[in-house]
Structure formats: C-alpha cells, structure tokens
Ligand binder design. Structure first.
Ligand SMILES: Nc1ncnc2c1ncn2[C@@H]1O[C@H](COP(=O)(O)OP(=O)(O)O)[C@@H](O)[C@H]1O
Ligand SMILES: N[C@@H](CC(=O)OP(=O)(O)O)C(=O)O
Length: 573
C-alpha cells in the first residue's frame, strides 16, 4: 500500500484564527482511489498523525486530503501558548451511543478550530439504565450468577465493540469492566443495593465513555486528557443519587483544569453526572441527566464564554416531542424560563443546571449533535419579550395532590405555618401551591418521593396525611398531572383566555391553578388521563394556528395578575 499512494501538497491557507489548512491531491498508482477510499484514508491519516503533532482534523474526499492543524506561526506563539479555554461542550448519552456517534462527535468538536473546549460526556446510550438494572438483578441472583447478568454482558459488548471499532486499546476500559463485575458480585453477596452503592455502580458508565473517547481523540491526533469529576474537585453533599454541588467545587475545578491546560495543553474530557461527597468521600451523582449540571458548573468555574449542551433534538422545543411530534424549537429562552421548564419536568435540561450559568451569566446553547446546522436554543439572562406570549408547554405526570381544609382549630397564619412545618419535618418538597383563607391545595414533588422505595413512599404519604389530619380535613388525590405554561406571564389574561377555551372544548376541568412568583409560569392541575390530549390541543392553539399575539384578544397586559397564587378550584376524585 505504501508504494501505491502519493500525495503532493497543493496549497496551505489560514482558516480559523490560529489554524491552517493544507490540501493535498492524492494519486494512486496501483489502485483506483475511489475504490479503496476508506483504506487509503486510514493509511494516510495514520501517517499524518505520526508526522504532525498539531493536527486537529483530517478530511479525505474525492482524491483531496485536507489537514487542519494549529498554526504556531500565525499568532506569534511558537512557545505553545494556546490561549485560554473558551467553552464547554457537553454531549449526552444519545450523542455518544456508538463508535460511529463518537466519531461524529469528534469531528464536530474539531470542526470548531477557533474553540478551545472542555468536553463533558455522559455514559454511552442507555448504559446508566442498564447499570441500574444489573444492580437490581444482582440483589437477588446469587453470587455465582452475578457474572451472567444480561445487562453486564450488554455493557461489556457495547464498550469493547466501541473500542474495537474506533481502533483504541481495550485496556482503556478492561479494568473498569472487571471491577464492575466484582461490584455486582459484592451486591449479590450482600443482597443489598444502597443509594451509595447505586452511585458507585452508575459511575462506571461515564468513567468508561470518557476513557474510550479520549483515547480516540488522541489516536486521531487531537491531544486530549481524561478526567474523573470526583478526582478534580467536584465536591457535593452526601445525598446519594441526588447530590448538590458545593461552592468549594468552583475554585478547585478551575485550578485543576486551568493549571493543566496552561502547563500542557490537551482537550479536557470530563465525566458528567459525578461528584464526591464532602463527608463520605464516596462517588455521588447529581440526579438523572446531571451531566448538564456538570457542564454549567465548569462553565461558571472557569468563566467561559459559552456552555453548549448537545442533544438529540433541535434545541428546547415547544413541548415534549414524545407527546406531540409537531413540537418546534424555541430560539431564545431566559435562564428563568429554562429553569422553570426543567423543574416542571422537561427532560431536556437538568432542573438545577441553569443555576451556575445564571450566576456566572454564561450563555447556554442547546444544540442537536445529529443536526449541527440547526440553530438550536440560546439561553441568556434576558431576551426581548415584546412579542412573547407562550414559549413552551411542559407536562409532569403522576403527581400527588393534597386538598387540606382547616378545621379552624388554628387561625389562618398558624394554619399555613403548621401545614408547611409538617412537610419540612418529613423532608418532602412541595411543587405547586394555591391557598384560600382556610384551605390549601398543593402538589408534592414526585422526584423527591421517587428517590425512595415504593413501600417507603406509600407509608410516607400515610404519615403526611396522619399529621395533617390533626389540624385539617385532608383529601389525597393521586394520578394528577401538572401542565406548566412557560411564557410571558405579563400576558396572563390572554394566555388564560385561550387556555380556558381549549379546556372547555375538551371538557376538561382544571382542579387547581397557580401562577408562579417567577412570572414565567402558570401551572394547571388536571387528571393524568386527560393531560396529554390537553397538551396537544394547547400546542395547536398557541403554536400552530398562526402566532397568538396580544391583538388576538381584547384583554391586554394591564389586567395582569400580580399575586403569586389564586384560589383553588375544588378537586374531584
Ligand atoms: N421541551 C422539550 N424540548 C426538547 N426535548 C424534550 C422536551 N421535553 C422532553 N424532551 C426530551 O428530552 C430529550 C433530550 O434530553 P436527554 O435525553 O436528557 O438528552 P441527552 O441525554 O442527550 O442529554 C429529547 O430526546 C426529548 O425526547
Ligand atoms: N448518564 C446519566 C447522566 C446524564 O446526564 O445523562 P444524559 O446526558 O444522557 O441525560 C443519566 O443517564 O442520567
């Protein structure tokens, strides 16, 4: 093969600042180039990688090979001063689900030669779910069967196959796979899967995806360095499966990543989702989807220009595309809107992820790794709201609602205080609240209950009701949904007029309504069974039948409700 290929430099031109592109025409003496394009590409790329340390991208197309490399003469920095890190690029599980996807992600990163990014990766595809399933099975399968758990085989096959297809050594992950098997045997032996063990178990996903990807980046000549978040200063509370990032994280992470970059520049590849408990020193996780939070934490820590979260959708959409396929991308959002949307159940962003971005005032861009040309969603501190009415509709299912009516043993002030102190004592979060003088309707945050065992959940609910019944008549209503309308609440009259028209047409009774203090959210509680249809009808009214504007209605912003809550509409069972 070596003797059969020749390539001559055609031209070298500057491309993005600090980089240059060299193009070569390729001739094959023995082979028609087009018939052996992949082997020729592989061969040439390997030779170029060995020859040039600064290569960031190699493209081979129709007999022309172009190489993008760092041009150390262009910015007068032959001493290897590469400037500061510029942005975070986070890729979720769907973006790194296979070898092919990892290759595309590497290409995508290198197609922005002007950036000096920090990469945050989630576990490959559905690895986190598979790890949790493997753990559940290990509890009851017996030590001798732990090695045969289907999910373990799936995870091993996926990671070895990916390493093979990318041409990286299996050894980058084989020790982790051995340790994972040992851990499952340990769980089988103990017949117990604690929250702490669960976090350690799922951490294998991110630890392995980042190691494979880093090895691949190095193989193609883009110098990269892998980091486990729990080793570089991600300090969290010890709330296993749902830990919070502590302030000490920011300086520690900045010092480590910045220090390494300045002394020996290499693209940092960091595990998403993981941290280290400050008391236990054990591996913690930031809650499902927590890699978004890892990315924004790094963005704030290093004061970067932008945080990019790359997903499998064209940005934040007007509603969940799994509920309604005609959902459309939302071009701009504020941090408040995005936080509210995430908190009320839009899976696309982690509920806490906007906090560091807002604090650091760093724009977050949500992009599609399957469709990089799509503009995506830009999330910033403020945006032009003059045209905005409704931005997005979010559905949170399977919510528990409580109607609590005072027996008048306490005055109004004492009544509200007592009710909330019961929730505080039991450590249960409340989502949506509406009050009148002697009654409160509220929903319980399902994510806080879900982190507990089902049996524990049921007994906790009984306990809440028991405590509340000492001062009130309590009605527990399950299988409810919260429909959250994220948008310009300055136009609440217009929004509500349209909403109630839709609900009336669909013969749906709203059981509670609340306008959040954040001024970007109106929440409606309806039965689970009616919720999806409501979302679809609302979507078609607000986003498909022409733009809803203030002019559509005689109502206008002057009638805006300014109170944070409205009276509950009595619920039916
Ligand atoms: N409003 C919404 N906008 C965009 N995606 C949404 C929305 N609500 C739910 N989703 C779901 O969120 C998914 C993306 O989030 P996630 O799976 O956490 O991404 P990743 O794993 O790539 O970080 C989409 O595939 C989509 O099904
Ligand atoms: N792998 C973790 C963390 C994460 O953020 O994943 P993703 O980016 O694929 O949502 C999870 O599945 O929860």
């Amino acid at each position: 093969m070596a003797a059969s290929l020749h390539f001559n430099s055609v031209r070298t031109t500057p491309c993005a600042k600090g980089f240059r592109r060299s193009s070569f025409s390729i001739k094959s003496t023995r082979l028609e180039f087009s018939s052996s394009v992949s082997s020729a590409t592989g061969f040439l790329c390997a030779r170029i990688e060995r020859a040039c340390r600064r290569v960031t991208k190699i493209n081979c197309e129709r007999g022309t090979l172009s190489v993008i490399e760092k041009d150390e003469t262009a910015n007068g920095s032959p001493d290897g001063n590469f400037g500061q890190l510029t942005c975070v690029m986070k890729f979720g599980g769907s973006s790194v689900a296979s070898a092919e996807r990892m290759r595309e992600v590497a290409d995508l990163i290198l197609s922005f030669p002007e950036e000096r990014p920090i990469i945050v990766l989630s576990a490959m595809g559905k690895t986190t779910n598979k790890l949790l399933q493997a753990g559940e099975k290990a509890v009851s399968c017996g030590v001798s069967h732990a090695s045969e758990i289907d999910e373990l085989s799936f995870i091993k096959d996926l990671h070895f196959k990916t390493a093979d297809e990318l041409g990286v050594e299996r050894s980058v992950i084989s020790a982790h796979l051995d340790e994972l098997e040992q851990l499952l045997k340990g769980i089988a032996m103990m017949k117990e899967l604690t929250l702490r063990t669960k976090d350690y178990l799922v951490s294998f996903g991110e630890c392995m995806s980042t190691r494979i990807f880093t090895a691949y980046m190095n193989k193609i000549g883009a110098k990269a360095r892998q980091y486990d978040a729990f080793e570089i200063g991600f300090i969290t509370t010890d709330d296993f499966t749902n830990a919070d990032i502590l302030e000490a994280t920011y300086p520690a992470v900045a010092k480590r990543l910045h220090g390494d970059w300045m002394s020996d520049p290499a693209i940092p590849v960091v595990t998403g989702f993981l941290g280290k408990g400050w008391k236990s020193c054990a591996v913690t996780t930031l809650g499902r989807g927590g890699s978004d939070l890892t990315a924004t934490t790094i963005g704030k820590a290093l004061g970067l220009r932008e945080i990019q979260v790359w997903k499998d959708v064209d940005g934040v959409l007007t509603c969940d595309p799994n509920i309604y396929s005609r959902a459309k991308p939302v071009p701009y959002l504020t941090f408040d809107e995005a936080a509210e949307l995430a908190y009320f159940g839009a899976q696309v962003l982690h509920p806490q992820s906007m906090r560091p971005a807002r604090e650091g005032d760093i724009p977050v861009r949500v992009k599609n790794s399957y469709n990089p040309k799509a503009p995506g969603t830009l999330i910033t501190k403020s945006r032009d709201m003059s045209e905005a009415v409704l931005t997005s509709i979010v559905l949170k299912r399977n919510v528990t609602m409580l109607d609590i009516v005072s027996t008048r043993m306490l005055g109004q002030f004492g009544f509200l205080a007592k009710v909330f102190s019961i929730f505080e004592d039991l450590g249960i979060s409340v989502d949506v609240v509406a009050t009148s003088e002697v009654s409160i309707s509220l929903t319980l945050d399902p994510s806080k209950l879900w982190s507990r065992e089902l049996i524990q959940q049921a007994s906790e609910l009984d306990h809440v009701v028991e405590e509340l019944e000492k001062i009130a008549v309590v009605n527990l209503l399950q299988h409810r949904s919260i429909i959250s309308l994220i948008g310009n609440v300055q136009r609440s009259s217009l929004i509500l007029e349209k909403v109630f028209n839709v609900l009336r047409t669909n013969k749906v009774n709203v059981q509670m309504i609340s306008q959040g203090a954040s001024k970007v959210n109106i929440s409606l509680i309806v039965n689970d069974s009616e919720a999806e249809q409501c979302v679809r009808s609302l979507h078609s009214t607000f986003f498909e039948r022409g733009r809803v504007s203030e002019l559509d209605s005689e109502e206008n912003a002057s009638t805006t409700t300014t109170t944070t809550t409205t009276s509950p509409i009595p619920a039916t069972n």
